[in-house]
Write a new protein. Structure first.
Length: 257
């Protein structure tokens, strides 16, 4: 079974080629950690997978749906994916509560002045909040919450529609160690127990090594998938990382899915 497959993908932003060649496949529910230097194209790749950016070349397959350059991204595919962007690109200047942010993940049809939500939306919010341990902060304003609480709220928003695939852009940034472990344990449980596939971006190589099933290395315009048991040639991808992080990587042969 193919969950996500990318073939000869090329992505350009403002005339600049960000991803020149990406080919990989995820065939089973997995926790996939995306790593690479700043500016390597990690966020661009994620946005392309969810249809926010259209590729120049290549194709993307999500389960049985295939997206090619110039084709419209199917709504049926969007429903399968929960997306959590980087927190620092989100403007929450409006006084929104945690509950309101989570329930906004359910909004599909908007007609002025009415927003249509499922009748059981309150129950859905409470259920996912309990799983993340944030039910006590649902009525607090977002800007009153700690970094870890904010990330859990945004994760709950991505989870509220029960997607088959979660794509998370730096969900562990500005999070304390306790919250970080809690989030990682939840994500691993979503893979093992719920059969979801999770792709998350992080700069922490140790997380990639200790928590992932696969590591997607993005650098120099390429994206290559390895098993987390890792790799002989990882240094060519991670040469911009501090030496202390490189030492975490064992020297083993890669397995390209």
């Amino acid at each position: 079974m193919v969950i996500i497959a990318v073939e000869e993908l090329k992505v350009s932003i403002g005339g600049r080629i960000v991803i020149s060649e990406a080919t990989f496949a995820i065939r089973e529910p997995s926790l996939v950690v995306v790593i690479g230097p700043n500016g390597a194209g990690k966020t661009t790749l994620l946005k392309t997978l969810i249809g926010l950016i259209r590729p120049v070349r290549g194709c993307i397959r999500i389960f049985d749906s295939i997206v090619k350059p110039g084709s419209k991204y199917p709504k049926s595919v969007r429903k399968l994916i929960g997306y959590m962007p980087q927190r620092d690109v989100i403007n929450y200047a409006a006084p929104l509560t945690a509950r309101e942010i989570i329930v906004s993940g359910l909004i599909e049809n908007i007609s002025v002045p009415r927003i249509l939500l499922p009748r059981d939306s309150n129950d859905m919010v409470l259920q996912i909040a309990q799983r993340l341990g944030i039910e006590s902060i649902l009525d607090k304003f977002f800007d009153e919450l700690s970094g870890g609480q904010q990330q859990k709220v945004l994760l709950a928003r991505a989870l509220i529609k029960d997607p088959k695939i979660l794509i998370l852009d730096e969900p562990l940034s500005n999070v304390d160690e306790i919250s970080r472990v809690e989030i990682l344990e939840l994500l691993r449980d979503l893979v093992r127990r719920d059969g979801k596939t999770v792709m998350l971006v992080t700069h922490d190589v140790e997380i990639a090594m200790n928590w992932s099933d696969y590591v997607l290395l993005v650098n120099n315009g390429r994206a290559v998938l390895y098993s987390s048991k890792m790799v002989e040639d990882v240094d060519k991808f991670l040469r911009h990382y501090p030496e202390k992080d490189r030492k975490i990587i064992p020297s083993r042969s890669p397995y390209c899915a």
